[in-house]
Design a protein around this ligand. Structure first.
Ligand SMILES: *Cc1c(COP(=O)(O)O)cnc(C)c1O
Length: 357
């Protein structure tokens, strides 16, 4: 499918950032967006790259009422030689379709998903910042736009991609976060939508997030939705615990997000000689193992921050420091290696990098 590039007038061009080191995550958007429509009967069509501007949608559009929506998140990185790289974008394409299937939305051909993003980023290449730690965040999404009040899969969808230049996540170096284990609300249950990247999951997580913020925590660690006993994941990060030479994380099984960074951490840990275990983690065992010092490091993984060290975990009235509250050697090594590969400073022996022409 050809993607039409609509002209951009001089007036449509926004002023570029002046301070690359001061970009706030998700607040600035580039001049253009990608829009592709799906209609029952004809399928995907009308692919165009156009000016970033508001949608005109009917108030009855299905997405506003029944939340038929999915999204993705990945980044483009500017290398020292000026070239631009994506990190494992085919995994986002695959996961997008996994989410689409769960929400009864049409499958987006992987080639079109990738080609659309590459073409858009290439056109907007001047918006990819180059300062250390900065990147261009890419947000693909799909929404149901058929105007009908009635629960059913839509017969009309918008697939769109917007771009946002973002500053360094850790401008002053790593800062370990404090995490509260949520023992009242749940994020996902077996058979639910936990494994899909769909807006509703995040709307229903806000309450717990606010509760944690009020108590002075950075994030919430979710437990399973049935027994509230097994560790699942954090906000938009998968969770890892190091037991000396062993790295442990919860298994993918329907209720947690299958993170691209998670998969990369598992592969990288193995290649660094660590033993890797994907298994259920009982919160009581975990707290005991933190207390006894068996858990040497804890960290989260996700596209936004790549690796986030966890310095403290609180469950009910029990607050425990992990690894002395600092940044462990493995956490640092994984962060340095992953970001090194993303910015072209470390050889990509896994074939994870896709250059944009
Ligand atoms: C996006 C997301 C992650 C991280 O996935 P990455 O592909 O590593 O960015 C983890 N958990 C949730 C709930 C997410 O939405």
């Amino acid at each position: 499918m050809e993607i039409q590039v609509l002209p951009l007038s001089e007036a449509d061009k926004k002023p570029k950032f002046t301070d690359e080191t001061n970009l706030v995550f998700g607040r600035t958007f580039t001049d253009r967006m990608l829009l592709i429509e799906w209609k029952a009967g004809t399928g995907w069509g009308d692919a165009r790259i156009k000016k970033y501007e508001p949608f005109v949608l009917e108030p009855a559009a299905l997405v506003f009422h029944y939340a038929q929506e999915i999204f993705e998140g990945l980044k483009a990185y500017r290398w020292e030689d000026g070239s631009i790289a994506l990190f494992r974008p085919e995994m986002n394409a695959r996961r997008f379709n996994h989410s689409a299937d769960r929400l009864c939305m049409p499958e987006m051909p992987e080639e079109l998903f990738l080609k659309g993003i590459e073409q858009l980023v290439s056109l907007e290449r001047d918006w990819v910042p180059g300062a250390v730690g900065t990147s261009l965040y890419i947000r693909p999404a799909m929404i149901a736009v058929e105007p009908v009040v009635g629960v059913k899969p839509s017969d009309h969808y918008y697939f769109f991609v917007i771009l946002s230049p973002v500053g360094a996540y850790y401008p002053k170096g790593f800062k370990p976060v404090r995490i509260m284990v949520e023992d009242e609300y749940v994020r996902a249950a077996p058979g639910g939508t936990g494994e899909a990247k769909t807006g509703g999951n995040y709307a229903s997580s806000l309450k717990a997030g606010l509760k944690a913020k009020k108590k002075g925590f950075d994030q919430v660690l979710w437990l399973d939705g049935v027994e509230k006993r097994y560790v699942e994941e954090v906000g938009a990060m998968n969770m890892f615990f190091a037991y000396g030479n062993k790295v442990v994380t919860a298994p993918i099984g329907g209720t947690i997000l299958n993170g691209v960074t998670r998969d990369s951490v598992l592969q990288l840990s193995r290649s660094l000689g660590f033993e890797v275990e994907e298994r259920k983690i009982d919160i009581h065992d975990l707290m005991r193992d933190i207390e006894s010092g068996k858990v040497t490091e804890a960290f989260g993984s996700g596209t936004a921050a790549v690796i986030t060290p966890v310095g403290e975990l609180c469950y009910k009235d029990d607050c425990l420091e992990i690894g002395g509250g600092g940044v462990g050697a493995l956490t640092q090594k994984l962060y340095d290696t992953l970001t090194g590969i993303q910015w072209g400073k470390v050889a990509d022996t896994f074939g994870w990098i896709k250059k944009i022409s």
